[in-house]
Design a protein around this ligand. Structure first.
Ligand SMILES: [Zn+2]
Length: 273
């Protein structure tokens, strides 16, 4: 009897250790040359240039794979494209599809897609993942799939292949896998339904992905709101509530566009656990 119990205990231990862990991988999904950074911080550093990065992330959970943001479209390539009346230049040196292929992930292996907001540098490769279930806040849905997406600065062509029957419209927090490990949190203001992602990693602890709540650390420190944000007051409220949440949960805030912070983050194939 005793031997059977020991064998059973060993079996359950083995089962525990083979359970795939929750992992997070970061990808660089393009670069943004900002020719006048005061676009992001009105009245400050006028005429100064600054480079930003564009980030995407893959979260792997036993129940499926989630892509968080899809970057600048791979089609832009190294030659790049000027947008925003030439104030920004976007380039892509390492296509997201190639980076995923390098870790043996096909777009059809992605069952879930979270997009922080529908600006083109976040929806760029959304059409690649047209078999995934999309999570989007109601206000973002109304803007992106309503009659005038361009009036919100969205490019509907970049996401027109998303399977509309697989869209899950949210009104607030959403626990993606139902176990508290990956939570979508609304943080409106940059766009009507801007949202962020909390990933509760076992070893690394909680990591919060910023979307465009901030574009770089200095703006976080001074709570500066880009001139093109949808709603300044709402943005400031989101900054306040997210800062409170980050403090409470002791989460690290990864600022997706911050080139300097990004240089300190290990990228795919490295997996944060
Ligand atoms: Zn952005």
């Amino acid at each position: 009897m005793k031997q059977i119990l020991i064998a059973l205990a060993a079996l359950s231990l083995a089962a525990c250790s083979t359970k795939p862990p929750l992992t997070l991988q970061a990808f660089e999904c393009g670069e943004v040359e900002v020719r006048d950074i005061s676009l992001f911080s009105p009245g400050i550093d006028e005429g100064m240039k600054k480079n930003l990065v564009d980030s995407c992330y893959l979260i792997q959970h036993p129940k499926g794979n989630l892509i968080w943001d899809t970057g600048i479209t791979d089609a832009v390539g190294e030659e790049g494209v000027e947008v925003f009346g030439g104030k920004l230049k976007l380039t892509v040196t390492n296509p997201l599809s190639d980076q995923l292929a390098a870790i043996n992930i096909k777009p059809s292996d992605i069952q879930f897609m979270g997009i922080s907001h529908f600006h083109g540098d976040h929806t760029g490769n959304a059409n690649l993942f047209n078999t995934a279930q999309l999570f989007i806040q109601q206000a973002e849905y109304d803007a992106a799939f309503g009659p005038t997406p361009e009036s919100f600065g969205f490019n509907a062509d970049s996401y027109n292949k998303i399977d509309k029957t697989k869209i899950t419209v949210l009104n607030g927090d959403h626990d993606v896998f139902g176990d508290g490990s990956v939570i979508i949190k609304p943080a409106p203001g940059h766009t009507p339904g801007h949202q962020m992602l909390l990933v509760n990693l076992e070893k690394e602890g909680p990591i919060m992905l910023s979307g465009d709540l901030y574009h770089f650390t200095k703006n976080r420190e001074h709570k500066r709101v880009p001139s093109f944000n949808f709603d300044k007051e709402q943005t400031l409220q989101s900054m306040e509530s997210i800062e409170e949440f980050v403090k409470e949960t002791d989460a690290k805030l990864w600022i997706q566009h911050d080139k300097e912070q990004n240089a300190t983050i290990k990228h795919s194939p490295y997996s944060y656990q």
